[in-house]
Design a protein around this ligand. Structure first.
Ligand SMILES: O=C(O)CCC(=O)C(=O)O
Ligand SMILES: [Fe+2]
Length: 398
């Protein structure tokens, strides 16, 4: 049935000569294939199959499809053959354009890689963003009220302003905490001034960033000091204030990352789960300059151990139901007002993906994202010898 469906898509593809559509369809076929994770040692990696195609056709299909997966061999071979057909059907000119899109280092143009896009590369290569908020709006959504700690049905993230006069259905989801006005307006102004005198690096999906933390290789799960030199002194007061919040007890910041989102660049962050091998349970974000919304979306595990979810402590939240958070609501909207502090932990941190939609960035928004180590890398943990120098460095402010 699925194979037949894939054939249908491929046939449709033959009648489309537009480069962007071809890319999208290739990506779509691959996505269909990726979601069929049969989870057995017998199944070979789709990335390996795709690398064969890309070698013979000089095209980085893996990047075009943005995937990595185990796949049932007969299905995989059928996809490979279909993909070979697709590539052969693409004109030379399109192939070169295509080659540019998927292989070209876009760092001179923007910071996007693989399937991530911003306005700049979308315009240049006629690309379509992967996240479509209209699709999310069709799902059942609820928005978080920080005053009653409940979700209320609906998409509008400003629902919390109606507190206590909410209407509709409420749901409970433990693991979201918001402290309004965590810093004052004067502190926000000073903090922004101090951040903006430091250089910003380009990042993916139209963002810019300033990263302070050790070097982490999430794929190989290797940790090293890299250029980590501690944190800017001007930001110390924020970390110091964490002690005033009970759920932030013993929070020891290892990474601090400023992120900038500007609407004119189409900045956003695609749905993801923060790495579970090295980053501890509490994901902390201080929002600055403008309000935005954190959107939690259904967790779609694309391949085994994605986001290193196998490292979630004690298997506390495992097994994660594939493609389902097992909850009556599919999309959770959390308003992050400027100057507020958000702490995400437990189920919302591990079982849902979070993202910031382009349409939720109305003005320049900057946030400072904080991360702590997982237990094995803290004092007394079995990996402490690998992390003790980094823990020491993380006490420094310059
Ligand atoms: O901008 C935000 O608030 C979210 C950032 C985020 O999810 C991340 O850096 O992992
Ligand atoms: Fe994140």
């Amino acid at each position: 049935m699925i194979t037949f469906f894939i054939y249908l898509v491929v046939i449709t593809l033959f009648y489309h000569n537009q480069y962007a559509q071809q890319i999208l369809l290739v990506r779509y076929i691959a996505e269909v294939a990726t979601n069929l994770n049969f989870g057995s040692h017998k199944f070979i990696k789709l990335t390996r199959i795709l690398s064969l195609v890309q070698k013979s056709h000089k095209i980085d299909l893996r990047a075009a499809c943005g995937l990595q997966a185990s796949l049932w061999p007969p299905l995989a071979y059928s996809i490979i053959i279909n993909m070979s057909y697709i590539i052969k059907k693409i004109s030379k000119e399109t192939l070169y354009q295509n080659y540019d899109y998927v292989v070209m280092d876009r760092s001179k143009l923007c910071g996007c890689k693989g399937v991530r896009t911003c306005f700049t590369c979308e315009k240049e290569f006629n690309l379509t963003p992967t996240v479509n908020s209209e699709d999310l709006k069709k799902l059942s959504s609820a928005s978080y009220c920080s005053y009653c700690n409940l979700l209320w049905s609906g998409w509008n993230a400003y629902e919390y302003k109606n507190h206590p006069n909410h209407t509709g259905t409420s749901y409970y989801l433990d693991g979201i905490f918001i402290e309004h006005e965590f810093i004052s307006e004067e502190e926000e102004t000073m903090l922004m001034k101090n951040l903006d005198v430091m250089p910003w690096d380009v990042s993916q999906s139209g963002r810019r960033k300033q990263n302070f933390g050790p070097k982490c290789n999430f794929k190989k799960r290797r940790l090293s000091m890299g250029n980590f030199n501690g944190f800017p002194l001007s930001t110390k007061f924020v970390q110091d204030r964490f002690d005033t919040i009970p759920i932030m007890k013993d929070y020891f910041t290892i990474e601090q990352c400023s992120l900038e989102y500007r609407p004119e660049i189409g900045a956003s962050i695609d749905p993801h789960v923060d790495d579970c091998w090295i980053w501890g349970e509490r994901i902390v974000t201080l929002s600055l300059q403008s309000d935005t919304v954190l959107t939690l979306t259904p967790h779609k595990i694309k391949y085994s151990n994605q986001y290193n979810i196998d490292y979630i402590p004690n298997g506390k939240y495992l097994p994660i139901p594939v493609n389902s958070v097992n909850y009556p609501i599919d999309v959770v909207r959390i308003l992050m007002p400027r100057r507020s502090l958000l702490v995400l932990y437990g189920k919302p941190r591990y079982l849902w993906e979070h993202c910031i939609l382009r349409e939720d960035i109305h003005e320049r928004r900057v946030c400072i994202a904080y991360r702590e180590f997982t237990l094995p890398y803290l004092n007394g943990g079995e990996k402490y010898t690998e992390s003790c120098d980094i823990l020491e460095k993380a006490k420094c402010f310059w």
